[in-house]
Design a protein around this ligand. Structure first.
Ligand SMILES: [Zn+2]
Ligand SMILES: [Zn+2]
Length: 235
């Protein structure tokens, strides 16, 4: 942490006496670079979670250890087994929605630092050969100046391997889940790498329907990867 982050909260930019730690939100005491007020607005995902997508299990929306969304994906022959597991850190509440919007659309790269420590914790727990950010389209990358998923990896002190590239622009967010599942592949292999038997960890900011992550997983499994895991800030 640089001096600057000790003075102003990375999220709200208010001056602060000392950076809050993650204790209380998670076990551990890493310094976050944000103030305790902001930290208290983040809701960690915990308790019993879906074996695949990592959402908190709701007894009305699950079958054994899977949520019904994942049951649906796993019943679809084209998608079964593509994603091995996802871990998401926080509920996508209003506060996190605003925070991520600022991070993405205003090009606030420094926010990656707030989450990097928690991302790094997941990366230590889940062994992998490649750490792959979900790519932005060329247009989006140009608009924003950086890929927020890649920023998370770099701020976690890790190396990002750009195995994927976008083949369509991401105008999908308004479509229903059903439409999205059946959309054509949005990714392609971005570089040639021997993937046979490899374990890949995908990094993205938000897990919504799981469609983006599964499209990425499908390409990588098609190229020989054995296991696909993912980590996202929110869901
Ligand atoms: Zn703050
Ligand atoms: Zn699930």
């Amino acid at each position: 942490m640089g001096m600057f982050s000790q003075e102003r909260c990375l999220i709200c930019h208010e001056e602060m006496v000392a950076s809050a730690t993650w204790r209380g939100v998670f076990l551990g005491e890493e310094v976050t670079g944000c103030c305790s007020r902001c930290l208290s607005k983040l809701e960690a995902i915990g308790g019993e979670t879906c074996r695949i997508c990592g959402r908190e299990l709701d007894s009305n929306f699950c079958k054994e250890d899977l949520c019904l969304d994942c049951v649906r994906w796993e019943e679809d022959g084209d998608w079964a087994g593509m994603l091995d597991s996802n871990i998401s850190l926080f509920h996508y509440n209003d506060f996190l929605r605003e925070t991520i919007a600022r991070y993405k659309f205003r090009g606030d790269y420094v926010l990656a630092r707030v989450f990097a420590e928690k991302i790094e914790e997941v990366l230590r727990k889940v062994p992998h050969d490649y750490l792959v950010p979900i790519p932005l389209s060329e247009e989006r990358l140009y608009e924003r100046g950086f890929n927020q998923s890649e920023a998370l990896i770099l701020e976690a002190g890790r190396e990002a391997t750009l195995l994927l590239a976008r083949i369509h622009s991401e105008k999908q967010s308004k479509k229903s889940r059903k439409d999205r599942i059946h959309l054509p592949q949005v990714f392609t292999l971005g570089r040639n790498e021997e993937l046979t038997g490899k374990t890949i960890m995908l990094v993205d900011d938000i897990y919504t329907t799981g469609s983006t992550i599964r499209h990425a997983a499908k390409i990588l499994k098609g190229a020989g990867a054995a296991r696909i895991h993912s980590v996202t800030i929110a869901r």
